[in-house]
Design a protein around this ligand. Structure first.
Ligand code: AMP
Ligand code: FES
Ligand code: ZN
Length: 306
């Protein structure tokens, strides 16, 4: 198999695009797709001050790397969930990337604030870890944007993540989420930052290849609490469809994007938390309630590295 661009031996075949590429041309191809996605969906402007939500995995470290290579100087934010070696190793990889990119990274250590890790918080509040974790992550990422003056929050959600989430929302007709899978979610001035997903059209396999070829040192393990998540089953099903009909995942997501026309409106008729100003339904947001539950004042501190 030869590279479609230069004729050298190909390193990766991309059946969804009916092509094969060598390592260098693949890197060019993938970075180009990210910059095209950013332009087409107006995700990041040259005057924006973006920050990347980094987990230590291949997607978020790669998007951090790509944005900085493309001149969007972006710092990082990491939520340390206090899950033993998994969280420690993730932080090490993130600090190393921050050093390479010469960027700052803001770190929120759940244990420093709550005196316990995400599993114990989940038990105490009778939630599953991923639900408590999602709420805390969303809050903390937004807090960094508002407090430290970043106007766009970037996440590493890829094509497989989005297709799996869309499939789950369709299967259970979760109407409240069904139309909220756009690559751009508008914010509320002073309360909620804009959120964007530049890897929306890049598959998991492409991102793994990109990270490997670019020498990005990421954590291979998944969060131990996510191993039985339904999304993994949906990803497997979508991959077997893809195996039979290459391009299925792209068609699924692109067709959906056409229907929603790219941009999701920020929720209307929303109120703001009386304690911290975060958008919420009711008087207090879930994070402030959680802090109250453990008798912790409304103080979210970050460590800063880099
Ligand atoms: P996941 O939901 O684990 O697939 O992660 C989706 C995206 O959320 C990642 O690509 C990151 O951008 C972000 N993210 C996940 N976990 C964290 C974390 N602990 N700290 C900061 N960002 C995260
Ligand atoms: Fe949220 Fe694991 S508990 S990523
Ligand atoms: Zn609040």
């Amino acid at each position: 198999m030869k590279c479609r661009v230069c004729g050298q031996p190909a390193s990766i075949s991309l059946r969804a695009y009916n092509t094969a590429l060598c390592a260098d041309d693949f890197v060019f191809f993938l970075e180009r797709r990210v910059s095209d996605t950013i332009k087409k969906y107006h995700l990041i402007d040259k005057d924006d001050t973006p920050v990347v939500a980094v987990s230590g995995g291949k997607d978020s470290l790669s998007v951090w790397h790509i944005l900085n290579r493309q001149g969007h100087k972006a710092d990082g934010v990491y939520v340390d969930l206090g899950i033993g070696e998994y969280s420690r190793e993730s932080l090490e990889k993130i600090k190393k990337t921050a050093e390479t990119l010469q960027c700052k990274v803001f770190v929120f250590h759940i244990r420093n604030t709550f005196g316990r890790g995400i599993d114990e918080i989940a038990k105490a509040t009778r939630r599953v870890p991923c639900s408590a974790c999602g709420m805390i992550k969303r809050y903390v990422m937004n807090k960094v944007c508002i407090d430290k003056n970043y106007n766009v929050l970037i996440t590493g959600h890829n094509l497989d993540d989005e297709a799996a989430a869309l499939m789950g929302n369709l299967l259970y007709w979760k109407e409240e989420y069904l139309w909220k899978k756009s690559p751009l979610l508008e914010g509320h001035e002073g309360h909620l930052s804009r959120k964007v997903k530049p890897l929306f059209l890049c598959s998991e396999r492409e991102m793994a290849a990109y990270a490997l070829i670019s020498g990005i040192d990421y954590i291979y393990e998944e969060c131990p609490f996510s191993l039985h998540a339904k999304s993994l089953t949906y990803k497997r099903i979508l991959n077997s469809l893809e195996e039979n009909s290459p391009g299925t995942k792209l068609q699924f997501i692109k067709g959906y994007l056409k229907m929603i026309k790219g941009t999701e409106e920020a929720p209307k008729n929303i109120t703001y938390c009386s304690s911290c100003g975060y958008p919420c339904y009711g008087d207090k947001c879930n994070m402030c309630r959680l802090l109250d539950r453990f008798h912790i004042g409304n103080k979210i501190d970050f460590d800063v590295y880099g």
